[in-house]
Design a protein around this ligand. Structure first.
Ligand code: 1GP
Length: 240
């Protein structure tokens, strides 16, 4: 269990990381083998599994199937406690620090402890910051929180720094799955400047150019789900 250590080591070597996000509600088990073979041939370094709303039981079955086909670390990115399974390697223990709903700041975490204390999952404390994107996202609807305004860049950066000062190990800037616009580079760079922990960026990234811009602005890990769901040919542009 050294997911976090490996992320930090990669960043120290100036290597950029790419996580492919798989939503258990959208991926058919019968498609996992061919999808993962494309992931394996690409520059992807991690597989994240999760979604805002996932039927119980789907996550574990999906993780078991994914693990049959890859050696990449499989990390849970759960929208709810019901998505926790010991079959994965680690879990982003997310606190939605852009919002003010106590359930998503600490409540669900307390519920999760009974599942986590007997598991071998590497638990990685992660600050999760939702940034407005012009339309309501699933995270916003499910968590009943407001995203941070995208033009209040100092406030976004201060929120991220507060998370780091609270001891969070990773910071995740989220535009929302399927966002029309990815997080702007100027937001990424302002946040990065204040942080000394790794920065994850996701939501609405669908081209190689957007990936490069986000890396250049300071993203250490980029998360992409929808673009691969919609068109697996996108992997062809991201070969090793
Ligand atoms: C969503 O950040 C992730 O939580 C990925 O977003 O599905 O838009 O790639 P996309």
């Amino acid at each position: 269990k050294n997911i976090y250590q490996n992320i930090s080591a990669s960043i120290a070597k100036n290597e950029k990381l790419l996580a492919v996000l798989i939503d258990p509600d959208k991926m058919k088990l019968s498609n996992v083998s061919s999808f993962i073979s494309k992931v394996n041939q690409s520059i992807a370094t991690h597989i994240f599994v999760g979604g805002s709303e996932v039927n119980e039981g789907l996550t574990e079955a999906l993780v078991i199937e994914i693990k049959k086909h890859t050696l990449l670390p499989v990390v849970l990115f759960p929208g709810d406690v019901t998505q926790i399974t010991n079959k994965a390697d680690g879990i982003l223990f997310l606190s939605l620090i852009s919002g003010r709903n106590p359930e998503y700041l600490i409540g669900k975490h307390v519920e999760a402890v009974s599942k986590l204390k007997d598991s071998d999952l590497e638990v990685i404390s992660t600050g999760y910051i939702l940034i407005e994107n012009g339309k309501q996202t699933a995270v916003e609807r499910v968590s009943q929180t407001k995203p941070l305004e995208r033009d209040k860049i100092q406030h976004i950066a201060d929120t991220a720094k507060a998370g780091e000062l609270l001891g969070m190990k990773l910071m995740y800037l989220e535009a929302g799955s399927g966002a029309t616009h990815a997080i702007e580079p100027k937001i990424i760079s302002a946040v990065k400047k204040q942080l000394s922990i790794p920065l994850i960026v996701g939501g609405g990234i669908r081209t190689k150019t957007e990936i490069e811009l986000a890396y250049k602005a300071g993203a250490d890990v980029i998360v992409i789900g929808t673009a691969f769901e919609k068109d697996e040919a996108f992997f062809n542009h991201l070969q090793k």
